[in-house]
Every structure is written in C-alpha cells, then in structure tokens.
Design a protein around this ligand. Structure first.
Ligand code: XIL
Length: 351
C-alpha cells in the first residue's frame, strides 16, 4: 500500500488515539461532564424531584433531567391525595410513566412519601374513621403502593416531618387517629411490602445541630432499638442565603446518625434567594450548594444528594414563599447557574 498524505494523517491519528485516549480518539468520545457522570465516580446518585406535568409537556426539561441526574423523586404524584384520591381508587398512571422514564434513563427512584400529614385527600380527612379502620386504611395504602413498585423503588420516604421545632412529636392527623405507634407500624408495613427497599425518615430543619435534629436522632435511635426496620434519615435542606446550616454542624449530625447505623440522604436541597436576584447572591448560593455537597461526599454514609427541582421555571419556591426565587441549579431558560458549576467542581475534586 502506497502511503499517501491522508493515510499518514490517519495513521498518526490512530497512534495518538492509542497513546492519549480518549481525547484524541475519534471513536471514543469523552464522557460529557454532568452531575450524574461525575457523581458516578463518587458512587453517589445525584437526584432531582420531578414535576411530572413538565416531564410530559416539556422536552427540554426531559433532556435536562436525564442528562444531569441519576435519581428521581416524584415531587407530588405519590403523595396520598394524588395516588389514592378516593378510598377505593388509586391513581398509578403518572407514577408508572415516571417509572418508565427512570428505567429508560437508568435512574434510581426515591419514593416520596407514605405517611405525611399534608396533601391528604378529603375522603380520609373527613371520614371520621376509628383507630382500627384508620390502621387498616394506612396498612392497605402502604402495602398497595410499596407492593406495586416492589424491587423498583430503591429508597422510600416512609414518614416525613413528624417533629416540631423542639424535636417533640407533632400532633397530626395520623398521631391523633392511630396513636404514637403509627410510625413503627408504617415502617413495618413498608418493609413487609418490599424488604429490599431502604426505608427513610425525612425531615426539614434538622440538618445541623439543635433541638430538632436532637429529636430526630432520638426518634430514629429509639425506633431502631425497638427493631423497627428504619435504614436512614433524609435531611431535606431547604435553605435560604441567610438561613443555611453550618457545614460543620451537618458533618457532626451525619456522623452521629451514622454511629447509630443510619444512612443519610440530602433529600430536597434548594437555596432560595430574596429578590432581586443578583450575581453576588448567586455566588453565595453556589457556595452553600458546594459546601453541602462536599459535606455529603466526605460524610460517609451520605448516600445521595437530591435537589428539589431542576430549573427555576418549575420550582415550588416562588409560589410558596412570595419574595423568594431562583433556588435551583438551572435558571428559567435552563441555563446553568453558578451553583451548577460549583457542584461540578466539587464532584471533580477527588473520587
Ligand atoms: C412540596 C412540592 O414541591 C409542592 O409542589 C407542593 O405544592 C407542596 O409540597 N417537604 C417535602 C415535600 O417533603 O414534599 C414538599 O414538596 C416540600 C417540603
């Protein structure tokens, strides 16, 4: 074979590709940097809560979510009023669609939430059920929902937000109706329905050190000591620029939970900004996100890091907290914000 110049080039390219893969190799494209790809190098899923209406209607949202995240939490569609709107009727369709989306994109699913006192349907709130009936309703609900997705939902928020600011048990629909043992019953039923799922207690305002996180520690320790199948704690991490937990306190909190044999999930992070949103504020927001991810990566066993929404376009913040905005990693036009770049940097630091 006569070696003509373009063959020389091709040979040279091949040689370079074998010496410097994959940057020079045309057939082996470098993995694009994304939260999910860099997270995988640390073996940590980077999760996002999913707005399923947007998932259905907005292809840019779908592309963003599947490119950047390796885990999904349904933002609303598994809450009692949505998934069990009438006593004899379940609404599984949106959840099934999300499960398909997650499977297609190789994403872990974090179920949310079985026992919570908010977003309950009227038939339940106004049913005047006695204790035994309420117990059987909750048991059936948990068995049906967890059982349907058995083996496909890796982590379940079994209960959320049962403590007040002092760390004592709140008086809620469930505690009033069933009594304080509703929590252990719920964990036991969830475990019966899917013994392979990781069962979590999920709380807000208990990320650092203080009365509420002391209460969480006490609650989950006593449940474990009773043999209740609880595996982890979700630290929600809904922060603002002026009200974010100190990283060292979160580190200590994760450590003390770990000493009780519990795993930790940063389960719902967002950092709301008081309007107007400025570059300086976005930079402060980026630091808070980065600090918490760093704490999570260092704080074994912090098992996952989830943000409560992908883009400011669909965030719950402006609607629920007037005056606050821009809490997430991508802006309303899906452009990456400093917080996104800061998380990439943290993930690049070291596996
Ligand atoms: C929020 C959703 O983001 C909103 O869309 C909904 O209107 C109310 O609930 N803690 C939780 C989540 O555990 O379920 C909440 O989600 C945010 C606070």
């Amino acid at each position: 074979m006569r070696i003509v110049p373009h063959h020389v080039c091709a040979l040279l390219a091949l040689l370079l590709a074998s010496v410097f893969p994959p940057a020079f190799g045309q057939s082996a494209p470098a993995t694009p940097p994304s939260l999910r790809n860099l997270g995988a190098q640390h073996s940590i899923p980077i999760g996002v809560s999913i707005d399923t209406d947007a998932l259905e209607t907005d292809k840019d949202y779908r592309a963003l979510v599947s490119r950047e995240f390796s885990m999904v939490t349904p933002e609303n569609i598994m809450k009692f009023e949505e998934i069990h709107p009438e006593r004899d009727q379940y609404n599984f369709e949106p959840v099934d669609a999300l499960m398909t989306f997650a499977a297609e994109h190789g994403m872990v699913v974090h179920g949310h939430v079985l026992v919570w006192h908010q977003q309950l349907p009227d038939w339940l709130l106004n049913g005047n059920f006695d204790r035994d009936t309420l117990k059987s309703i909750l048991r059936e609900h948990i068995h049906t929902v967890v059982g349907r997705y058995r083996g496909r939902i890796a982590i379940w928020d079994v209960a959320s937000e049962v403590l007040d600011e002092k760390g004592t048990l709140l008086d809620t629909f469930w505690s009033r109706g069933i009594g304080p043992d509703y929590l252990e019953l719920a964990f036991n039923w969830a475990h019966e329905a899917d013994p392979s799922a990781q069962l979590v207690y999920n709380e807000y305002g208990a990320e650092g050190l203080g009365a509420k996180s002391n209460g969480v520690l006490q609650l989950v320790t006593s449940l474990r000591n009773k043999g209740v199948p609880i595996d982890g704690v979700g630290l929600q991490m809904h922060a603002t620029l002026d009200d974010a937990p100190a990283p060292k306190d979160v580190t200590s909190n994760i450590r003390r939970l770990a000493r009780q044999g519990l795993e930790v999930h940063i389960s719902e992070m967002d950092v709301a900004i008081e309007k107007p949103v400025t570059r300086r504020k976005l930079a402060r927001q980026a630091r808070i996100y980065a600090d918490m991810l760093r704490v999570c990566l260092a704080g074994k066993p912090c098992r996952s890091f989830t943000v409560w929404g992908a883009s400011d376009r669909y965030s719950w913040v402006p609607e629920h907290f007037p005056g606050l905005d821009a809490a997430l990693l991508f802006d309303r036009k899906f452009r990456p914000k400093p917080a996104y770049r800061a998380l990439l940097e943290v993930l690049r630091e070291r596996p």
